[in-house]
Ligand binder design. Structure first.
Ligand code: AMP
Length: 217
């Protein structure tokens, strides 16, 4: 699943992965976990994340390669936040050479809406659920688990604008790299989350049916 920061990728990816019973692999979550655990990777990634820049392709490809080698990915998996550059996409092609084809969903949302959404985004420090501050009346604790709701350190307006610029520069060419493929679909991410989830499900089922047809032909 690709899409700019704030497009709802994480929310939709975790929902879809749970529905389809496949692992949700979020490279942002892996990196934030490493920062919290103060591992060597976390120490290297911390400043990069805080500046809204991208961690190097070599490090990211290594992380994803290692994760995809685990047996729980055998029947499929959902990648959220990877690939983010053309070299990452090219490395992924090599990693997946013996796998079923990649299905790419692009969640499309205009920049101004993204800045607005990210300024309101709060994340539960305990269970990781994402909520909108305005919608829930600026709650301080998570309704699900009672954990503390926090603003991600890279969600300040200045860093958000930097992340969007990085997205347009580094990731947009990758979306264009996938756009020409039959397994690529764009979903309008401006809709409410339930409508986005429905549209994502329809897009996936459509591609799967086409693949089945092509396989059976
Ligand atoms: P996300 O949670 O997907 O918005 O990712 C948060 C941050 O983690 C990004 O702004 C990058 O600094 C870093 N990151 C996540 N995935 C990647 C990736 N595939 N390549 C490079 N950096 C990444």
């Amino acid at each position: 699943m690709v899409g700019p920061p704030g497009s709802g990728k994480g929310t939709q990816a975790s929902r879809l992965a749970a529905e389809r019973g496949i692992p949700h692999i979020s490279t942002g979550d892996i990196l934030r976990g490493a920062v919290r655990a103060e591992t060597e990777l976390g120490r290297q990634a911390k400043a990069v994340l805080e500046a809204g820049r991208l961690v190097s392709d070599d490090i990211m490809v290594g992380i994803v390669c290692e994760r995809l080698a685990k047996t729980d990915t055998r029947d499929g998996f959902l990648l959220d936040g990877f690939p983010r550059t053309v070299p990452q996409a090219q490395a992924l092609e090599k990693i997946l050479v013996d796998h079923a084809p990649l299905l790419v969903i692009d969640l499309s949302v205009p920049d101004e809406e993204l800045v607005h959404r990210l300024s309101r985004r709060r994340v539960c420090g305990q269970c990781g659920i994402v909520v909108s501050a305005a919608k829930s009346g600026v709650p301080e604790t998570c309704e699900q688990c009672g954990g503390q709701l926090v603003t991600r350190s890279d969600d300040s307006e200045e860093i958000v604008r930097k992340r969007l610029a990085v997205y347009r520069q580094e990731t947009q060419p990758l979306v264009d790299f996938y756009r020409a493929r039959p397994n690529f679909r764009v979903v309008d991410g401006r809709q409410v989350p339930d409508a986005v989830a429905t549209a994502v499900g329809v897009a996936i089922d459509e591609v799967m049916a086409e693949l089945d047809e092509a396989g059976g032909a």
